[in-house]
Design a protein around this ligand. Structure first.
Ligand code: NDP
Length: 334
């Protein structure tokens, strides 16, 4: 009997993780469907074009994930084997004070939208389909936690509406799993690549230091450069999400590196690679940049994902930043 082509739906397909998953699944022979929105950001438009140029052409719908009726009709029609729900509103921590003001105003909308879209997807997948689902959690579900290194058993504690929305989405996943759904939650620590939007700190530094190297600008501004984060490579995290749907049972998995690096480390790697002397003389520090509104240093313990899924890292921190620089220099999005 002929093997049936597997079908996968990716929401947020033109985002960083969605686009890597699209490439991974297309290579594996899946028929890939995407759900996106109108008025895509510049970054998502760039990724869309990049996929098209590589001849990776998923079937994409502009569908409002908050419109249960419309979404239900579409998903039942596609009847996917797997759904990866990655679309979400989120803010870079490098927003300026003023931008943050509007971001805060929008945070309630962010909470409502993100939670409702996840609720809709899990409801449809459980009641009408047999799809295996992955939803995207975040380390910010621990952003007010007193535990130094977090794993799947660490109690959630968040003081941000983004974190609280992710916690409620996680709880919805547990609820539908108890009802028989195959739904896994990826508890994602920061992960980076050349596909990051320009206002995220890794990309902001890489982009601006490349401009400085080319003589296009003389300086740029950052917030607190001592902040440390647990940064991994986005493509590895996307592949781990695929591995989650290949398991017999669904579960929750921390995806992280367990290592911390500072913003200064990023600057130093770039300066070294690009051979920029006195790099700190090109950087203005503006403490009003809110970036550091989450003061907690978050480190993930990914041992469970390593043992159960075989999750591993193909690039170390240095490699990730160098890959981002090379792509910035040649206009690529690898
Ligand atoms: P991106 O912002 O790169 O991708 C998200 C994509 O979803 C973008 O194309 C965005 O479009 C789109 N999108 C946003 N809202 C909607 C909507 N309502 N309907 C349809 N599409 C929408 O994020 P990542 O790929 O980096 O992240 C994937 C998921 O992982 C997200 O849920 C995020 O919250 C979570 N996460 C990511 C982390 C990271 O370090 N990358 C860390 C922790 C969690 P547009 O660009 O126009 O907004």
């Amino acid at each position: 009997m002929e093997k049936q082509t597997k079908k996968a739906v990716i929401t947020g397909i033109y985002g960083q993780d969605g686009s890597y998953l699209c490439e991974i699944l297309s290579k594996l022979g899946y028929l890939v469907y995407g759900i996106t929105k109108e008025n895509l950001s510049k970054n998502s438009q760039k990724i869309k074009k990049y996929l098209e140029n590589k001849n990776i052409c998923p079937i994409v719908y502009n569908t409002d994930l908050n419109n249960l009726e419309e979404l239900q009709k579409l998903l039942i029609e596609i009847n996917p084997d797997e759904i990866y729900h990655l679309a979400a509103f989120h803010n870079s921590s490098e927003n300026t004070k003023d931008e943050n003001k509007s971001a805060i105003l929008n945070e309630k909308l962010l909470y409502d939208y993100n939670t409702k879209s996840t609720s809709n997807i899990l409801y449809i997948a459980t009641e009408f389909l047999k799809s295996k689902v992955v939803i995207a959690g975040s380390c910010l579900m621990f952003d007010d936690s007193s535990t130094n290194i977090q794993n799947e058993n660490t109690p959630f504690c968040s003081k941000s509406l983004y974190g609280l929305a992710k916690i409620s989405e996680y709880e919805l996943a547990q609820y539908y799993r108890k009802k028989g759904a195959h739904v896994s939650c990826a508890i994602l620590y920061n992960h980076e690549s050349s596909r990051r939007a320009d206002d995220f700190v890794t990309k902001k530094i890489v982009k601006n230091l490349v401009k400085i190297k080319k003589g296009e600008i003389n300086n740029f501004t950052l917030g607190n450069t001592d902040v440390k984060k647990d940064w991994g490579y986005a493509k590895d995290y996307a592949y781990a999400m695929y591995l989650m749907t290949q398991q017999n049972t669904s579960d929750n998995y921390v995806l992280s590196t367990g290592q911390l690096h500072s913003i200064k480390d990023i600057i130093n790697i770039c300066a070294n690679f690009l051979k920029i002397d006195n790099v700190y003389s090109c950087i203005n520090i503006d403490n009003s940049i809110i970036g550091r509104k989450i003061n907690k240093t978050l480190i993930g313990d990914y041992n469970y994902a390593k043992e159960k899924l075989g999750f591993k890292h193909s690039l170390n921190f240095n490699d990730i930043i160098e890959l981002m620089i090379k792509n910035e220099l040649n206009g690529g999005l690898e």
